[in-house]
Design a protein around this ligand. Structure first.
Ligand SMILES: [Zn+2]
Ligand SMILES: [Zn+2]
Length: 117
């Protein structure tokens, strides 16, 4: 979109309206749910710098595989719902019964099934 003749990323514009001031060059607007098309202010978070922003995308979280129910690790921005491609394929062939998992939900830290050292 264009504001005052300059090209503007919508999420940056939404954040500027929210803050009531223009963003600086260093500031980055991050999407909390990693959906770049979701520009609601609730989904946006202001990061002070690119390096601070990158950290949000580099941490890995534990997820429950939608197919087999096992725990796997990935970055939220990858949006993975299955532990492996094979598991994805198997589920789409109907091999796994539905386990009623709420998928896309990160597992809270500490509830991992792996033994603690
Ligand atoms: Zn981001
Ligand atoms: Zn799986």
């Amino acid at each position: 979109m264009k504001i005052n003749g300059r090209l503007m990323m919508e999420h940056r514009w939404v954040m500027e309206q929210h803050l009531g001031r223009p963003l600086t060059q260093q500031e980055v607007v991050h999407h909390l749910n990693h959906d770049r098309l979701d520009n609601r202010i609730e989904n946006l978070e202001l990061k002070a710098s690119h390096s601070e922003h990158l950290r949000e995308h580099q941490h890995t979280a534990a997820w429950l595989c939608v197919g087999c129910g096992s725990v796997f690790y990935s970055k939220p921005c990858e949006g993975k719902k299955f532990c492996t491609k094979a598991c994805y394929d198997a589920t789409h062939r109907g091999v796994y019964p539905s386990r009623g998992l709420s998928f896309g939900e990160p597992i809270p830290a500490g509830s991992s099934t792996s033994p603690q050292p």
